[in-house]
Design a protein around this ligand. Structure first.
Ligand SMILES: Nc1ncnc2c1ncn2[C@@H]1O[C@H](COP(=O)(O)OP(=O)(O)O)[C@@H](O)[C@H]1O
Ligand SMILES: Nc1ccn([C@H]2C[C@H](O)[C@@H](COP(=O)(O)OP(=O)(O)O)O2)c(=O)n1
Length: 296
């Protein structure tokens, strides 16, 4: 896939995440050269992001999973990716990377032009840092993601991922806030995974305890409420269920139950698609047979 061509070594980015709130060192000349070649490559491969969707077939197997923090989007998406052979992108990590890098570089969240410029340099290789999972990164992500220019700067990468899954994957599953509404409105399968805010905060709190990122529960809950409000009320690509999304409330479900609830719809979709392809193939063979018969 074209994404796979992006360079895997990003030393300046790594050092930006490695120190506790330290500013990254100035990029080396080698890195700057590499960056400009990435920029050229993305420009060459880019498409008009004002289009409703990326080029690629509308038959592409794309699963959009949106919903608020802690609802279980990532967990469900990861499990489905393994079960169905899909490539998984947690789009929130892109915003988290942009937010955390802005903090580290001292770029105020309201300087959207500078944050958007930063977004242009982010690639899929930058998303593995454990610090991106922190509450600080989540809050920063929510703040910078209100800006249309920041969202636009990350759109191309997400759409490209959706339509060009890495080799060996039969499709893609992307979780976030606006995948079914803005990034991939053409996705044939859309889910809105939701849960009550107290349940979501409890889950996230537990997760932080497990990772020794300890924070009082009340603080996790408050931050989550703030983020919910900001994500839902922003003018650009607010958190809202797409009109054609299946809503799954996981408040009273185990992880297995949530995965099953979503997988049932994916199975039904695959059955319908197989039937459609089967009938198209038989229609084609009906059309071919008489010609063959006539010719022999
Ligand atoms: N249905 C569920 N029941 C209990 N815990 C869950 C459930 N779904 C997810 N979790 C846990 O809650 C936390 C947040 O889930 P995650 O998938 O990261 O949410 P999101 O991606 O929506 O923010 C994780 O620790 C995960 O293991
Ligand atoms: N598609 C997306 C994904 C995330 N964001 C923003 C808004 C979210 O509060 C932050 C962090 O998202 P993320 O999905 O990583 O957060 P949770 O795992 O759900 O807690 O990024 C967005 O604006 N659009």
């Amino acid at each position: 896939s074209r994404l796979a061509k992006l360079p895997s070594s990003r030393r300046a980015f790594i050092s930006a995440f490695s120190g506790p709130l330290s500013l990254p060192p100035a990029p080396s000349p080698a890195l700057l050269r590499r960056r400009s070649s990435v920029a050229r490559m993305s420009a060459a491969n880019s498409f008009d992001s004002s289009q409703q969707s990326a080029p690629g077939s509308s038959d592409d197997f794309i699963v959009a999973v949106d919903g608020p923090a802690g609802a279980g989007k990532g967990t469900v998406a990861k499990r489905l990716a393994t079960a169905y052979g899909l490539a998984h992108l947690e789009s929130g990590l892109l915003y988290r990377a942009a937010g955390l890098l802005s903090l580290r570089r001292g770029i105020p969240f309201d300087q959207d032009g500078r944050v958007a410029q930063l977004c242009e340099t982010i690639t899929l290789d930058d998303l593995a840092y454990p610090e991106l999972r922190s509450d600080q990164a989540a809050q920063a992500a929510s703040c910078i993601s209100v800006h249309p220019s920041v969202r636009a700067a990350l759109l191309d990468l997400q759409r490209r991922f959706a339509h060009f899954p890495p080799d060996g994957c039969r499709g893609t599953i992307i979780d976030g806030r606006d995948i079914g509404t803005v990034v991939c409105p053409e996705a044939p399968l859309k889910f809105f995974v939701d849960a009550r805010v107290d349940v979501r905060a409890k889950r996230r709190h537990q997760e932080f305890v497990g990772k020794e990122m300890g924070m009082p529960f009340e603080e996790v809950l408050e931050d989550m409420k703030q983020r919910d409000k900001r994500d839902r009320e922003r003018a650009e690509a607010p958190l809202v269920a797409a009109h054609d999304a299946v809503v799954v409330d996981t408040s009273d479900m185990t992880i297995d139950q949530a995965v099953d609830a979503v997988a049932t719809h994916v199975d039904a979709f695959l059955r319908r698609r197989a039937e459609k392809m089967g009938s198209a193939q038989s229609a084609e063979s009906v059309g071919v047979d008489p010609v063959r018969e006539g010719g022999s």
